[in-house]
Design a protein around this ligand. Sequence first.
Ligand code: AMP
Length: 504
Amino acid sequence: MDGNLFDLISRRIKSPSKVFLDTEAGVRMTYADMLTRSAQLANALVLNGVEPGDRVAVQVEKTPECLLLYLATLRAGAVYLPLNTAYTLAELDYFLADAEPKLVVCDPARREGIADIAKRRGVHAVETLDSDGKGSLTQIAAKAPKDFADVPRAPDDLAAILYTSGTTGRSKGAMLSHRNLASNAQVLAEYWRFTDNDVLLHVLPIYHTHGLFVACNTLMLAGGAMLFRPKFDADDVMRLLPQATSMMGVPTFYTRLLRHPKLTQTACAHMRLFTSGSAPLLAETHREFKAKTGHAILERYGMTETGMNTSNPYDGERIAGTVGYPLPGVALRVTDGETGKILPQGEVGIIEVKGENVFSGYWRLPERTKTEFRADGFFITGDVGKIDTRGYVHIVGREKDLIITGGFNVYPKEVEIEIDALPGVVECAVIGCPHPDFGEGVTAVVVKSAGATICEQDVLAALDGRLAKFKLPKRVIFIDDLPRNSMGKVQKNILREQNAKLYT
Ligand code: AMP
């Protein structure tokens, strides 16, 4: 049997006339449309020289065509490489150099800048796709045949590379196979009871594992439909909830919905499931949402490298502040970060996972990959947590001070490097401080050199255009010295405590 995830998706289509996507433009795309249009796009990829195993880098706005491009890439046996639309040209240069894609698909507005980089980095072709799903790529596809001979893949062949930020400032490409993606989506469809009667309200971005794999792969395997919208907007969501059965979100969605005057039990009467992940959901949000709507948000935990690892139960108790049980097929343990020894239940340590969902390693970083896996195949997630007496997993922090703002990861080091390089700055520490809207707000604590006049606005102006907008500090604070422990390490916990009320 073919290991290509697309083969599995297409074999699951029971009724081609069933709705696949309902779009903002009011267009209903059926599963039959999905098959023909992704075939045309797959032909367009081949016409651009894309061969099995080649990377296809995509930095475009969320549109139905972008989702079809992902499917087309699978069909062509190539490797899908989605990039956050917020990444700057400087950041793209790194990704193109590292991943060496055969084709880059970008917004027409960025074509010129990207074409320059692409040429330097040996990329074969650059095509465009705009926020209306139009561009040079869809023009080629429109003239291409409506069928395509899908390229068979072995289960361990690569399906996608998703870049994660690195604490050293260097992003790493997580290599995900067809097996990784297919197994996780199958488990989730079953665990969360998705069927072809489901209509998922899809308002997450699709350059990230949550919106692309957790949401789209799961729904496609169940044969369900998606109300596919470019982004989260609380008014839109409230308007669409009566047509939906389910929604997947980051905690920020729920805190925003809670502030919406129309959020009531009646407004959610048609819904059967709300899930949350990518960042910790405050227990308070969970409780408030339950009180207002009658729905207990189902919190789950996963990461780019592993897909989903744990989930609160569908039928059993969904406990606020926990991420539930390890999913079927996922082995999860908590170990001592220093010794690697497995810790007894209840003790806090590093979470390690193993299963078909876990990636095979970081792109072209075999040495780095080795250090992130134990000899028995467990992946060291870097998340700090525990398993309670009922078997529920709790995430209590992040080993490496990762900041999660509005569901997006920001590694402090990436921002610190930029600020440290500014004239008048001695050093800085970038931390996450509790933020009512974003979960955490990126905050820079800066030490200036004697006599320097650099101010908050200067720092923010200097970073603009150097870093994606979501990574920019929300506040810049100046202090005389960074607190350090006896080993000389900056004590970020003290800085976090000092600034705990900065945004509240
Ligand atoms: P990403 O690779 O962007 O999906 O980010 C993965 C990281 O997000 C994980 O390693 C966790 O630190 C964090 N994360 C994901 N889901 C949760 C959750 N439900 N609660 C707490 N942290 C989470």
